[in-house]
Design a protein around this ligand. Structure first.
Ligand code: LLP
Length: 380
């Protein structure tokens, strides 16, 4: 990975010695490589790529993604404002709790489409579009009830998930939309969840969607844009894979349909690391606890989902491993980055990196314990 290649190791240590730690660091050549994988596989087909901004909303990164021809998928009015500021043209807006202000913002900006997630939300969109006399493009987010074998918290399309609507409600929304002069049917949407490593869930969902679209055709509603949500999963510590597999899922349908993908993680995950410094070590019975200056407020994924982001000590030369935990300064026992790993005991002030933090790292951070948001640096 990039952080171990060439002189990047030295660059990171120097940055960490000269600046306050912790901080996020993004490697732009790696970001570009990840972007190019999408362009190479999907670029010459009828597929629109809308980057899922929630994964990383750093403005410099957004501009690079936009300059590569991507649109944006947003889930709040604040994300919407940011991508408009960054010059994105094609924007989709998902989310189960859009406020009136957010709906009005989307309508006034005439975005590519709003993904509708409930009948009541649909009524608000219809009401404001008619009141403002602006034609709004919509898509309905379907919950196709498909399991993806991922963490429960990032599984979004099972029967009782809060996201999207069932086929019956979607049918009602589309047929009502058909009658409104201020609404335009643009697409149909589903997003099954994140960290998907198999084609199967996509295949099952797509079959259900196509059957539904055939039913709509009988009512004179012809939809030929299918938005299939986020990208393939990424194992922490690795670059993204699976683009070709995803393409093969779409291949049989490409003659009749245009597709939209909303990748987030796979675009940005591998380019980012969280750089942190060792504060203290202490021995607790038979193991060590190493306290670093980054906390769960900076990176919540290990605490929230129980995932391990590979940790590398850039300063240390020692190979002798001991049993240890790596934890942060936040006043919660859930504030840890690693538990019971065998790892060379770091020295105080050693510089560690926590890998694969480009996605859902900074963007999920908080200022719990009044700890500040970190700086973000870029290596070009
Ligand atoms: N589209 C929609 C409507 C989404 O809700 C998401 C992610 C994506 C696209 C992008 O999915 P991706 O390509 O990144 O898998 N915080 C969690 C991930 C939550 C994902 C939520 N939705 C994590 O850190 O693993």
């Amino acid at each position: 990975m990039w952080y171990l290649e060439n002189d990047n190791r030295e660059k990171i240590i120097n940055l960490a010695r000269k600046n306050k730690t912790p901080f996020y660091l993004y490697h732009i050549p790696t970001l570009q490589k990840e972007i190019d994988k999408y362009k190479n596989v999907f670029g010459s087909y009828n597929v629109d790529l809308l980057y899922a901004v929630k994964a990383n909303f750093n403005k410099a990164i957004l501009k690079i993604i936009r300059n590569n021809g991507f649109g944006a998928d947003v889930v709040s009015g604040w994300e919407l404002k940011r991508v408009i500021d960054c010059g994105f043209k094609k924007i989709s807006f998902s989310g189960v709790g859009k406020t009136d202000d957010e709906i009005i913002l989307a309508i006034k900006n005439k975005i590519y489409f709003i993904n509708i997630e409930s009948f009541e939300e649909f009524e608000r969109i219809k009401y404001f579009s008619e009141k403002l006399k602006i034609k709004t493009s919509i898509s309905v987010r379907i919950n196709p009830d498909v399991d993806i074998n991922s963490h429960n918290y990032i599984t979004t399309a099972k029967k009782y998930s809060k996201f999207g609507v069932d086929f019956k409600t979607a049918f009602e929304i589309y047929t009502t939309t058909q009658k409104s002069p201020y609404l335009d049917i643009k697409a149909i949407h589903f997003h099954l969840g994140s960290q998907i490593f198999s084609s199967k869930p996509y295949e099952i969902a797509l079959k259900k969607i196509i059957t539904f679209l055939d039913d709509l055709k009988k009512k004179g509603i012809h939809i030929n844009i299918i938005d299939i949500g986020g990208g393939w999963g990424v194992k922490e510590g690795n670059q993204s894979k699976g683009h070709k597999k995803l393409f093969n899922v779409l291949k049989p349908y490409l003659k009749n349909y245009k597709f939209i993908l909303e990748p987030g993680r796979s675009i940005v995950a591998s380019s980012g690391v969280l750089v942190t410094k060792v504060l203290y070590r202490k021995k607790v019975y038979d193991k060590y606890i190493v306290i670093v200056d980054a906390g769960m407020n900076n990176l919540i994924r290990p605490s929230l989902y129980g995932v391990y982001h590979p940790i590398i000590n850039l300063s240390s030369k020692s190979n002798k491993s001991v049993l240890l935990d790596i934890a942060g300064p936040v006043c919660e026992s859930s504030d840890f980055f690693a538990r019971n790993i065998r790892f060379p005991l770091p020295e105080r002030d050693d510089i560690l990196i926590i890998a694969s933090c480009g996605a859902y790292g900074y963007s999920m951070s908080s200022n719990y314990n009044l700890r500040p948001f970190t700086a973000e640096y870029l290596i070009y």
